[in-house]
Design a protein around this ligand. Structure first.
Ligand code: ADP
Length: 357
């Protein structure tokens, strides 16, 4: 990738090294950087940074202006990552979009982590089953990631999907494959299925790349590293299709306390969100971040809660999903402020097997 950068006008091997040390490994990643950010992170000087970015933009063809037809072309590539709860997916216009950030917010215990775990499973599914056939990066800030939960959710996939996945993995003769038709019950599968099921779970776990963030700076760093990892996986069998941050705001909220720190916090969060959005855009991946709610003293009526972070997240996230508890295992999923879909509400259940209608 250094070599790629060196092809750019004004970039010698020394500058290329500085750039890649700072995490700018591809021409695209330089093309979408801001001059201030590039000169600060890679220590290349303001004027130089501008020149490098201009050269990268020409090369990468990711210029600031796109024609309507170019935009349409890029949007045509947008994938939809499904929850596999039909009512919810329908409300979301088919699922969570790639190339953008979905923010899920709700109270503690409302199910934000469950939602995110399920997406880390679903993203790996073949497209015909609602996935993107890609892998997941999971930045875990509150020690909520549980591999056991992924295993339960894989085993809890719909029978038809699971049967199909197992069939793909089973080393069966071609005749057997023809005998077992898609859509039949799992019982029709051969006896060795249990072993294959465990292998299948392992495969899913292998494709969730988890890192724990110990504080907000570490979290920002991990999002930058996610960019490198996404670059590395781009040409693999399972490129990155989901970047999940659970929770986006917890560390920031704990560390930047008091009115005096608010501006600083928002600035850091803003940059962080743009790092996340960049991975999503460059790799056609869905980004999903979770957010807590804070009590809103201004609201006299209705639900007295609003997401932490206010406007900044509002402008960078495309879908905002509010999750709240209902009776028993039921959760109300509310779509809020979507730019191109009507607001709406739908219901799902959180079960041992995962998110279900
Ligand atoms: P949040 O991230 O919003 O704080 P979680 O995603 O951790 O909340 O949701 C926790 C809730 O999910 C639990 O209260 C429980 O209702 C449900 N849950 C978690 N694990 C399971 C499971 N294995 N089986 C059924 N429900 C579960």
């Amino acid at each position: 990738s250094d070599e790629n950068l060196e092809q750019l006008r004004g970039v010698g091997s020394k500058t290329a090294d500085k750039l890649s040390d700072a995490g700018y490994n591809t021409v695209e990643s330089v093309a979408v950087a801001s001059p201030g950010e590039l000169s600060e992170n890679a220590n290349v000087g303001d004027n130089n940074a501008e020149k490098i970015i201009r050269a990268a933009r020409q090369e990468a063809d990711v210029g600031g202006f796109e024609t309507g037809s170019q935009l349409l072309e890029r949007r045509a590539e947008i994938g939809k990552l499904k929850t596999l709860v039909p009512e919810v997916d329908e409300m979301l216009g088919g699922g969570m979009e790639t190339q953008s950030i979905t923010e899920t917010y709700g109270e503690f215990g409302s199910g934000k982590s469950q939602f995110t775990h399920q997406l880390a499973v679903n993203v790996q599914l073949p497209e015909e089953h609602g996935g993107l056939e890609k892998s997941a990066i999971f930045i875990d800030t509150e020690d909520t990631f549980r591999p056991e939960r992924i295993a339960q959710m894989v085993k809890g996939l719909d029978g038809e999907i699971l049967a199909d996945l197992l069939r793909r993995d089973l080393d069966m003769g071609k005749e057997d494959v023809e005998e077992v038709e898609l859509g039949e019950d799992l019982e029709d599968l051969p006896e060795e299925t249990d072993e294959v099921l465990d292998d299948l779970v392992d495969e899913f776990l292998e494709r969730v790349h988890v890192a724990k963030a110990f504080n907000s700076n570490h979290q920002i760093l991990l999002a930058e590293e996610a960019r490198d990892m996404a670059d590395e996986l781009e040409d693999s069998e399972f490129p990155v299709g989901l970047l999940a941050i659970d929770s986006l705001t917890a560390h920031f909220r704990a560390e930047y306390v008091g009115r005096g720190n608010l501006a600083n916090r928002q600035q850091k969060l803003n940059k962080h969100m743009h790092d996340i959005l960049r991975v999503a855009s460059l790799h056609n991946a869905a980004a999903v971040v979770t957010n807590q709610v804070q009590s809103n003293p201004d609201s006299m009526f209705g639900d007295p809660t609003k997401p932490v972070g206010g406007n900044i997240l509002g402008h960078t996230s495309t879908f905002r999903i509010y999750i709240r508890k209902s009776k028993k295992d039921k959760r109300i999923i509310k779509l809020v402020d979507s730019p191109n879909l009507p607001d709406g509400e739908s219901v799902l259940r959180i079960t041992e097997e995962g998110l279900k209608p």
